[in-house]
Design a protein around this ligand. Structure first.
Ligand code: HEC
Length: 152
């Protein structure tokens, strides 16, 4: 009943409308997964304070030390506070539930008793960020994180 009421056409609508409806449905499906506006996502992350703990690129490892530029300008590799977002992308890229799960973690914080980055980061857990970021913005930022290329 409810579904019928919400549907804009009754079953008696002329059959020639169905191709139009099919096109509208296809458009809606595309709108559900828009290309990520990376610049906007990065601005939101900046404003929400994510970069107080995270970086986009992982710190150089020991092997990169001969790489003159990075060795000269960055401190010796220490574990970061929080995972670099390219590493997050690598870990969850093919995980269909990651977008929603990570959005929840960003808003509500991570579980300190079940860390996903144990021994790789110095932060024990991520605090809840929902004071700093809306749910829509959190989802946008996570979608962008998951779209990042792997680290070199
Ligand atoms: C106070 C430090 C801190 C801030 C601020 C912070 N994070 Fe985190 N974040 C962490 C730590 C620590 C972890 C690793 C948690 C773990 O080991 O499970 C983490 C993990 C994550 C993960 C991966 C979660 C998982 O389950 O693997 C994502 C995605 C993430 N943060 C996004 C964000 C976003 C987006 C923001 C800004 C809104 C943010 N973080 C702000 C510390 C922080």
């Amino acid at each position: 009943m409810i579904a019928r009421a919400a549907f804009p056409f009754t079953p008696s609508a002329p059959l020639r409308l169905w191709p139009v409806l099919a096109l509208l449905a296809a458009g809606a499906a595309q709108a559900a997964a828009p290309a990520v506006d990376g610049a906007r996502a990065e601005r939101i992350a900046q404003g929400a304070g994510c970069f107080g703990c995270h970086q986009i690129d992982p710190r150089p490892t020991d092997e990169d030390e001969d790489d003159d530029q990075s060795a000269a300008t960055t401190p010796a590799a220490r574990p970061p506070i929080a995972p670099a977002w390219r590493n997050v992308a690598t870990k969850y890229r093919h995980d269909g539930g990651a977008l929603e799960r990570l959005t929840r973690a960003v808003l509500g914080g991570s579980n300190p008793y079940d860390p996903h980055w144990k021994y790789q980061v110095t932060g024990l857990a991520m605090p809840a960020n929902r004071i700093a970021i809306s749910e829509d913005d959190a989802r946008l930022v996570v979608r962008w994180i998951l779209s990042l290329d792997d680290a070199d």
